[in-house]
Write a protein that binds this ligand. Sequence first.
Ligand SMILES: O=C(O)C(=O)C[C@H](O)[C@@H](O)CO
Length: 265
Amino acid sequence: MQLPRNPFKHALDGQTRYGCWAGFGTAYAAEILATTGFDWLLIDGEHAPNPVPAVLGQLQAVAPYDSAPVVRAVNHDPALIKRLLDIGTQTLMVPMVDTAEQAEALVRATRFPPHGIRGVGGGLTRATRWDAVPDYIETAHHELCLIVQVESPQGIDNVEAIAAVEGVDAVFIGPADLSTGLGHIGNPGHPEVQAMIRRAFDAAQAAGKATGILAPAEQDARRYAEWGFDFIAVGIDISLLRQAALQTLERYKPGESRATPSATY
Ligand SMILES: O=C(O)C(=O)C[C@H](O)[C@@H](O)CO
């Protein structure tokens, strides 16, 4: 069989693609989300309880649907990245990328020698469809999409160099970490944070790389879409459930819900 096509990578064509965070850590919840029509889903291995087998189950659960999976690793460990790629992750997002050297190391972690250090899993792996894809080693990188997350003041200082790294396909800005790192906790709309987000967006565009961001608040998402962001996560499944539950409770027991439903990070 042919190497599976990466629908996320091929959809980075200048139109804004809308996604949702999948944070429950179960195939069942990810599959429900996949039936809704989001362009992409973020299977979160950083903050959600997602060991590698759970990510595998979610990749399999969403495979029949049109929502393209993006898998976020917990860190930069090449051994973990190898395992995530081996289970068939084609779009990989890595958090906390602060320097071009880190970005280069991540590219090498996703490439087989002589271009990188990825080990060969061959017929043991879902990525090769258990060896049904004959030229996997030579062609895998064509369908891999590496997204680096820039989400610290240091990362923004280096964003031009990070975005220019060959093999980096996209830059994703983390507004929660960036605003926290700048001392504007919970306020990604602060002008200082916005200026940095704009700088990262412009740097990625200048380097010809796609840009993504998380924006659960609608006015933020619409502004970023106007700027030209390529992919925007407009919801977080866990927050959506909680908001819907609070709104339902409020209808039947007014005043009892303990929090005001709002778009949270
Ligand atoms: O900094 C951010 O924003 C992110 O990286 C997303 C966060 O991990 C989290 O707020 C998602 O709920």
